[in-house]
Write a protein that binds this ligand. Structure first.
Ligand code: PEP
Ligand code: MG
Length: 582
């Protein structure tokens, strides 16, 4: 993992260039030919620092074309088209399976095994053949078969089989793409290294990316708190968001991404390229020096000059990040975003799958604390197999603990898995999106029920495992006196807390500056929560992106914040800053 540059610098360029970026685009239009015909320059907000030089790759969301139902139909020819498409689909799925096995893991690769099996299913093939025999073209036959099978699977009223309906849809979409002459086009299939350009990426799309090939991210929309930005910072690679639309004709062109300056330059001139390379080398050399001096801090307790101890924890989204967190001296894991497990699968993970993933992380952390957040799905993180209803305002809708309390078996599966993992080290459980003490009491009742079940089953767990909540709604902060009576700790999710306090969508690049300028209301809410939990003898951490804002470390120390949880590339910079605080 490459590490990001200096964070102070990162927030400096973010602040200054974002406003400029908008004005610059307004003045010159989205696509600016500045020096020659081909050269094009774009501006946006750099949300993860650094420079990258490489070719652009546009992330294309698969498009499925409607079946051309007016096509004259010759059954034999349609059958041949369909069989050829199925053969190509088999090859594509085998390739995706191979890649997923190598890049992501066995569990995640299983979905492609299921797809291959469904494609081989004789009954499915027979339905397709019958549709063609009834006079349909290959595309209509695929649509017809998918309707028949989806209905049949759903009517069986079995959650596992209902989820297979989504797989049938996936296979159908693949067949339709092949029939339409599209080649397999996804970031997972790209070779070589590249700067990934996308309108924006959903969390489930980012899971499938082969991250080792990505030199940097550029998104048309997005903001500092969008998941692409969080991923880029976790990977320690440059990212530029809110650049506006980039013409796809620029795909495969050489580009210079300077997230520190907030610019993307496509088809640069020779001299510009050379100057960029030199600047990149200088920056890399400086980063290496800085890294060396910061590394010397590893193992040193992060205590301010005034004697306040602040633990420095890491935010992670998957087990693979544990080794990096330990290597950079994390005192623990302050936020394990457990939804990434759900996003990488095509069906609900079992208790055993969750337990195994958590157990591995908890034992790898060798006695250091691991705060496991229960599922935070909904809003910008959608999972098809959850079949959530469409909402006009998903960020204000059915998400996180609201879903868990409405679907108790889903919640208890997680709580049991976390409890079981607690026997292997130092785990804690944390509930997101809480708004009231009553909600916390309902969660605790289910938590206690899980404990009682495990005792009856003779299964080990840590009876003293800590139970906490995220303070990420203004309601939770305002009610923190009452809520603190129910929990051992608070962890402040400033990404959502800022969004809900300032009524500013965290995904909207036009509001990023407003959020940057208005941290005070958020800080006052944190202060209030800190007083409440400390009054009850509990502890408080911050796990939103503000935890890594070095301009705020002193303020956090003054409030008596006990722990800051940041993405891995920020661990050393934050530790260094704490040591400088009064
Ligand atoms: C937050 O809201 O600050 C947070 C840490 O959670 P997420 O970014 O996953 O919503
Ligand atoms: Mg949140």
């Amino acid at each position: 993992m490459k590490h990001a540059g200096d964070l102070t610098q990162e927030f400096h360029f973010y602040n200054q260039d974002f406003a400029d970026g908008i004005n610059f685009r307004e003045r010159h239009g989205e696509h600016m030919d500045v020096m020659s015909k081909q050269r094009a320059a774009f501006r946006g907000a750099g949300v993860s620092g650094g420079k990258a030089c490489g070719t652009l790759k546009f992330f294309r969301k698969p498009t499925v074309r409607p079946a051309p139902s007016s096509r004259p139909v010759h059954p034999a020819a349609e059958l041949t088209r369909l069989r050829q498409a199925m053969e190509t689909a088999r090859e594509q799925i085998a390739e995706l399976h191979r890649r997923a096995l190598a890049d992501i893991g066995k569990n995640e690769a299983e979905i492609f095994e299921i797809h291959a099996m469904l494609l081989e299913d004789e009954d499915f093939a027979e339905t397709l053949t019958n549709e063609i025999a009834a006079g349909k073209c290959a595309e209509d036959a695929v649509e017809g078969a998918v309707q028949v099978w989806s209905r049949m699977l759903r009517e069986l009223n079995d959650p596992y089989l209902s989820a297979r309906a989504a797989d049938i849809r996936d296979i159908a979409d693949r067949l339709l793409r092949i029939l339409a002459g599209e080649t397999q086009e996804s970031a997972a299939a790209y070779t070589g290294s590249f700067i990934l350009v996308a309108e924006d990426l959903t969390p489930s799309e980012t899971v499938l990316l082969d991250k080792s090939r990505i030199l940097g991210f550029v998104t048309f929309g997005g903001s500092s708190n969008s998941h692409t930005s969080i991923l880029a910072r976790a990977m320690g690679i440059p990212a530029l968001v809110g650049v506006g639309k980039i013409d796809e004709e620029l795909d495969s062109q050489l580009a210079l991404l300077d997230a520190d300056a907030g610019t993307l330059t496509v088809c640069p001139g020779e001299a510009e390229l050379e100057a960029f390379r030199q600047a990149q080398e200088r920056q890399d050399a400086q980063a290496r020096e800085q890294e060396k001096s910061r590394r010397a801090l590893i193992g040193r307790p992060s205590v301010t000059l005034g004697g306040h101890r602040m633990l420095i924890y890491a935010n992670i989204g998957e087990g693979a990040e544990v080794a990096h967190a330990l290597a950079d001296g994390a005192d623990g894991i302050g936020l394990l975003r457990s939804e990434f497990l759900y996003l990488s699968l095509n069906d609900y993970p079992s208790e055993e799958q969750l337990f195994e993933a958590y157990r591995q992380i908890v034992s790898d952390m060798q006695g250091k604390k691991v705060v496991i957040r229960t599922l935070d799905i909904g809003a910008d993180k959608q999972i098809p197999y959850f079949d959530l209803p469409h909402e006009e305002n998903p960020a204000l809708g059915f998400r996180a603990v609201r879903i868990c309390l409405a679907r108790e078996p889903l919640f208890k599966t997680q709580l049991r898995a976390i409890l079981r993992a607690s026997a292997f080290g130092n785990a804690a459980v944390m509930i997101p999106m809480i708004v009231s003490a009553e909600e916390v009491r309902r969660c605790r009742r289910l938590f206690d029920e899980c404990k009682a079940e495990l005792i009856c089953e003779g299964v080990d767990f840590d009876a003293r495992m800590e139970f906490g909540i995220m303070v990420e709604t203004p309601a939770a902060a305002v009610m923190s006196d009452e809520i603190s009576a129910e929990v051992d700790f608070f962890s402040v999710g400033t990404n959502d807390l800022a969004q809900y306090t300032l009524a500013a969508d965290r995904q909207n690049p036009m509001l990023a500056e407003l959020c940057e300028r208005n941290t005070e209301p958020v800080l006052r809410l944190i202060e209030r929560a800190a007083k409440a939990i400390h009054g009850r003898g509990g502890w408080i951490g911050i796990c939103g992106e503000l935890a890594a804002d070095l301009r705020l470390t002193q303020r956090f120390a003054d409030m008596g914040i006990d722990e800051l949880s940041v993405s891995v590339p920020n661990l050393l910079a934050v530790r260094e800053q704490v040591l400088r605080c009064k």
